[in-house]
Design a protein around this ligand. Sequence first.
Ligand SMILES: [Zn+2]
Length: 274
Amino acid sequence: MDRVPSPSGKSPDRYADAWRKGAWVSWVLLLTGVVPAFLIWHRWFGSRTIVLTYHKITDDFETTPEIVVTPITFRKQIRFIRALGTFVTPSRCLDLPARKGMRFVITFDDGYEDNYTNALPVLREATAPAAIFLISSQIGNEGFLDAGQIDEMQSHGIEFGAHTVSHPRLADLDRDGCELEVRQSVQEVEAVVGRRCTLFAYPYGKPEQVGEIAPEVVSNAGVELAFTTINGPITAECDAVRLPRIGIRECSLVTFAARISGVFESRAMRFLKR
Ligand SMILES: [Zn+2]
C-alpha cells in the first residue's frame, strides 16, 4: 500500500534516526563482544524463538524506504540466520522447541509482489518457510501478489494470513468496523488460498494501534496466531493473539546481528534507551 508508515509507528524520519543510532551502537556492541556473547549464549546454551517482520524485498527505495530490504541484504540475512539456527514454520511458532538453540520465523506484511519475485528464490535456496499477511483488498492489484503467485508460493511451503481488508488502525474502529475488517479479510484470504486462515497480523501493530477489541475479534474469527510489531522473542508466556516480532529494515549485517541477538531487549539496554 502507498501509505504504510514505519512499522514502529514513529514517523519515517524518527524511525530512520533510531536505526542510524542503532547502527553505531551495534558496532560498539560487536567490538566489545556483547553481541557475540548474546548470540553464542542463545545458540549453544539457551533457547530463543524470534519472528522477523519484513515488507518489501526490492532495490526500489522511492516510495517507502523504511519498509524496504534489498534482495542482496535479504539473502545475506537469511544465510546468516540459517548458519545460526533453524527455521520454524510460522503456524508452529508456539510449539515447544525440541532442543536448545535459536529458531527463526520469517514473516512479510502487506503481500507485495516482490515477495514472489525477489524473496521466494532466497527462501527456496535456504528451504526456509515463511508467512505472508495479505491486505485482502489488494490481492491481484499492481505491485501486490495475485492468486497464481500465492498458489505457487504455497506449494513451496509459504503460509498466508490476513492483514485486514484496507489496512486501518484497528484501534480507531468500533467493534462493527473492526469485525468487518477482520472477518472479511480472513474470508477473502481463505477464498484465495483454499484452506483455513489461522494467521493474522495487525496493521501497524503497536498496542495503541491494535487496541483492546481487535485481539478478541481476531480470536473469534478463527485466527489462532496473531502478530503485533511489539519487539521481543516468543516465549511460553506469550498471548497467542498478541505475539511479538522484530522488525527488519535495510541495514548492515552488524546491525542485523545486534537486532536478532536480543541485546536491545535486555534490561540494561532498555534502561539506556529511556
Ligand atoms: Zn501492513
